[in-house]
Ligand binder design. Structure first.
Ligand code: ADP
Ligand code: ZN
Length: 525
């Protein structure tokens, strides 16, 4: 391979090699730090432009830049794209023949390769390490760096062993890149990859072309169908479901409704997964119905919508999953449905596993933050960005709460009724029964527990069942009620409930809608 031309500076590389005019966001600052020999942590959303942060230094620094990535298919795409731009890049992976591998190794030794991509397990093989010991790498770029985090949703054991790089190559800078933002994960990345107090670059989480909507789940699949039909007919989109079974059912049903949908989850064979994924990427206007197994590394710029039939696990997950829409910058739509059942299920999933206590606390906090986002009555985007440490001074004008500000009302009395129903029934019943008590429904279960004799029995007839469940959900989201998971999701008083019961604290809540068929159409989808 020919020796590469000598570039004067990052700007020259950007224009001459990649054909772009300007660096975006933090790119220039990251590149400067790295070319001066510093390690760094880069947190940028998906589509934010992380690749240039190491590709540009790779062309300025003497020696090979090693890019660690977990996804072989993605590496090959990047390598082809780089080669098309005249960059000398290669990928070491298991699909190479012995000769191909030797050619690449030789080219690395001769200093002819600027970017060498490989999976972590490959990098840590003695053979590759020996090669690099002699070839003297310029930089290690660790993509998807959150995979080192044992607490993260993408933990990969091979990533944990990357800690060895620090000992083996103490003087080679390491650039860790990820789109996952929460603080504990950041700390863990820095610790594992020996970043110490290297600079951190965090940037640009806003995705102004995405419209955020979060709505109460009622009829679930009909809401999804309406969302697709009203504005997204024939467009490519993703619908996330919590369970594999949920995926299969929804995908099949959408097809009966004339929406071309494909399923994707880890229970399908590798062949059908990759077949469906290829169709989704290549054909126009397909809807992928999927669990979270689908998405990482999917680079389809024209996904016009992402919907969640079930509540995601955290704000990060919500952000990442919705972030797959509109990567081309054109307007794209998101819709998340959620209900009290979702919260209970999520909590049960948390509590069900053998998760260590410390982690459970963290996961609960994350779930609570997500509930907060669901129930917020001010701008969703501001709330979302604040979670990632970004303040936006103005409401966005492109989320449901901005477009149709929710009506709030003084809910002190309603909350007192609900809380006292919980208290008087012994803090162990679920929402359905509590609503029966409030509405004075004299049924068998009520009789069995003598709840028709309570003072609260029938004191809440001003709201129907749907309205009460909306109110209960908000009380849970605010921490005034807690879901007990040892049994069947009974509710007990939490936090400030006493202050509300005794009238020391008043409450503003979203006006609960009465349910039934609504005529406002898309907006309330
Ligand atoms: P990430 O890895 O953060 O998800 P990429 O590095 O794949 O994002 O970049 C996303 C898209 O943005 C790519 O198509 C890339 O070519 C483009 N891009 C990145 N930086 C710039 C820039 N400075 N100017 C124009 N386009 C850019
Ligand atoms: Zn807004």
């Amino acid at each position: 391979m020919p020796a590469r031309p000598a570039y004067r500076n990052p700007q020259a590389v950007l224009q001459q090699v990649f054909g772009y005019e300007q660096f975006r966001g933090e790119q220039a600052a990251v590149i400067e730090a790295v070319t001066q020999g510093h390690s760094a942590l880069v947190i940028m959303p998906t589509g934010g432009g992380k690749s240039l942060c190491y590709q540009v230094p790779a062309l300025l620094l003497p020696g090979v830049t090693v890019v660690v990535s977990p996804l072989i298919a993605l590496m090959q795409d990047q390598v082809s794209a780089l080669r098309a731009n005249g960059v000398s890049a290669a990928c070491l992976n298991s699909s190479l023949s012995r000769e191909e591998q030797q050619d690449i190794e030789q080219a690395v030794m001769q200093g002819d390769i600027d970017l060498l991509y490989c999976a972590p397990e490959r990098l840590l093989q003695e053979r590759t390490l020996n090669l690099l010991q002699s070839a003297k790498p310029a930089l290690f770029a660790i993509d998807e760096a959150h995979c080192v985090s044992q607490w993260g949703h993408d933990f990969r054991p091979e990533y944990r062993d990357l800690a060895r790089l620090t000992e083996l190559f103490p003087s080679v800078p390491r650039l860790a890149l990820t789109a996952t933002a929460d603080e504990p994960t950041r700390e863990e990345i820095c610790e594992r990859l020996g970043l110490g107090d290297s600079p951190r670059f965090i940037g640009g989480f806003d995705r102004p072309n995405l419209r955020y909507r979060i709505a109460e789940k009622r009829s679930g699949r009909e809401q999804i169908l309406r969302f697709i039909r009203e504005g997204h007919e024939g467009q490519a989109g993703i619908v996330y479901c919590l369970s594999r079974q949920g995926v299969d059912t929804l995908a099949a049903w959408l097809n009966t409704q004339g929406v071309r949908a494909l399923p994707y989850h880890a229970g399908l064979s590798a062949d059908s997964r990759s077949f469906n994924q290829q169709r989704f990427l290549k054909e126009d206007g397909l809807v992928m119905v999927a669990t979270v197994a689908f998405g990482m590394g999917i680079d389809k710029p024209d996904i016009r919508f992402v919907a969640h039939l079930d509540m995601p696990s955290s704000i990060e997950a919500y952000y990442q999953e919705t972030g797959r829409a509109g990567r081309d910058g054109a307007p794209a739509d998101t819709l998340m449905l959620y209900g009290l059942q979702d919260m209970v299920r999520r909590r049960q999933m948390l509590e069900g596993g053998d998760t260590p206590a410390e982690r459970m606390m963290l996961e609960r906090r994350k779930l609570d933050a997500l509930l907060g986002l669901c129930e917020v009555t001010t701008c969703r985007r501001q709330t979302l960005l604040r979670y990632f440490g970004e303040e936006q001074s103005q409401p966005c004008g492109n989320c449901d709460t901005c477009l149709e500000p929710p009506k709030t009302f003084d809910a002190t009395v309603a909350a007192q009724k609900a809380l006292s129903a919980v208290y008087r029934t012994g803090q162990r019943f679920g929402v359905a029964h509590l609503i029966d008590v409030l509405r004075g429904d004299d049924n068998e279960k009520v009789r069995r527990f003598d709840h028709h004799a309570l003072k609260t029995f029938g004191c809440g007839q001003e709201y129907n069942k749907t309205q009460w469940s909306g109110l209960f959900r908000q009380l849970v989201a605010m921490g005034l009620l807690e879901v007990d998971l040892s049994g069947y999701g009974g509710l007990r008083l939490g936090g400030d409930a006493k202050a509300v019961l005794t009238g020391q604290r008043s409450l503003q809540l979203r006006e609960p809608s009465a349910g039934g068929r609504r005529s406002r159409g898309k907006a309330s989808a």
